[in-house]
Write a protein that binds this ligand. Sequence first.
Ligand SMILES: [Zn+2]
Length: 282
Amino acid sequence: MNFIDVYFSPKQISNPESSSPSPRKPEWVLADWVEKNLPIRTVDPIPATREQIALAHNRGYVDGVLDCLLPNGFRGRQKDVADSLPWTTGSFLSAARGALDNGLVACSPTSGFHHAAYESGYGYCTFNGLMITAMAVKADGSIRRVGILDCDQHYGDGTDEIVKQFGIDWICHVSHEYGVSSNTNANRFIDGLPAVVRGFADCDLLLYQAGADQHINDPLGGFLTTAELAERDRIVFSVAKEIGIPVVWNLAGGYQQPVERVLEIHRNTMAACVAEYVVSEQ
Ligand SMILES: [Zn+2]
């Protein structure tokens, strides 16, 4: 492939009252990747419908949040946040379909998914775009199993809750606190990661959260250096490609200041993606 497709619309952006930069991060990340001449191509996402969001959530919760009657994952009811939510999940779902189409990889510059549970959200997460995407592509009928590799520093508790709510047995969810990294030993994490990715070999699609808050200097993280995070991403992409599973990946958390430190980590993820899927094919 000549470009990595990035499913981005300015409508994904919102400005909640929050210390998290994540709702504003997509446009900064895009601008950084363009400035650094990374071979990306921006693709318009299709916003998720209320029916699609309600595949993984209580319909009353979906309507309540989108109509600004219930609090979102930032504990507020701002309209611009509500209006952005179909676009963030839509970006991830569109990118997943893009990865399934090209058989390799696609990027969604999004965050704010994995703490969202069936009828509640917190921790900057309102709707669980990971679960909505898994359930929407499963409903298409073209895939059997979906893998979720959540390398945000924090546990994907909302993801787990929705899996249990629906009694789902076709999703393999591995969040940061899995065997090899439930401690915070960087060497054991890196050494164990290839086997973790190979564990998704029976899945038809891998959803990968490439969180920047695993960084050792992150105020809400973390235990990996910048170089170790880059190695994490290299392993995920190279093993996924080796075993033939398409990957859709996103940004997830990252809270260092200034935000340029977070952008550097996301830039390294895209560079690892480019190295695996663009450069090695030329
Ligand atoms: Zn996090």
